[in-house]
Design a binder for this molecule. Structure first.
Ligand code: FES
Ligand code: FES
Length: 175
């Protein structure tokens, strides 16, 4: 069974038919052509597939595409020109927290969401934000260091972002 849905993907409207059991991750990667979110475990355990749903980080492999109907999805591609994402990316490189890079998109999305809510995170807040992200290459010292460095780079900067704004639908089409 298929259902017609609408999504705001990186600020652009996407609409089409999705299968009942299709995940948001598969929709993004296989049909919309956004492969920045990676498919690692496909079961919510590695964090490689993290995207923002209405500005909040989610494992896209655990979200059904039908359940994302009407919502705003942001992938790493959508943060290409985002100042916060750029600072995070630079901090990850500088801290040596990127090797093969497979985990990086998910970690950058999670860090982006953390610093959006909490520009000066404590060690505990950093730890909590990174729970659920696996990295086979760098160990788990450089990644929190990268998050600290990103927070320091962004400290005091004013940012404007439209990430997480949802589809503005007329009342009549809401159901
Ligand atoms: Fe989604 Fe691993 S692919 S958590
Ligand atoms: Fe390779 Fe993290 S850099 S999995």
């Amino acid at each position: 069974m298929k259902k017609h849905i609408q999504l705001l993907v990186n600020g652009a409207l996407w609409e089409g038919e999705v299968k009942a059991g299709q995940t948001l991750l598969d929709l993004l990667r296989e049909e919309i052509g956004l492969t920045g979110a990676k498919k690692g475990c496909d079961s919510g355990e590695c964090g490689a597939c993290v995207v923002l749903l209405n500005g909040q980080p989610v494992n896209a492999c655990l979200v059904l595409a039908v359940d994302a109907d009407g919502e705003a999805v942001t992938t790493i591609e959508g943060l290409r020109n985002d100042e916060r994402a750029r600072a995070i990316q630079e901090a990850f490189v500088q801290a040596g927290a990127v090797q093969c890079g497979f985990c990086a998109p998910g970690l950058i999305m999670a860090t982006w969401a953390l610093l959006a809510q909490c520009p000066h995170p404590t060690e505990q807040e950093i730890k909590e934000a990174l729970i659920g992200h696996l990295c086979r290459c760098t160990g788990y010292v450089r990644i929190p260091e990268a998050v600290r460095q990103a927070a320091a780079r962004l400290s005091g900067r004013k940012e404007v972002t439209g990430v997480g704004e949802r589809i503005d639908r007329p009342e009549s089409s809401a159901d």
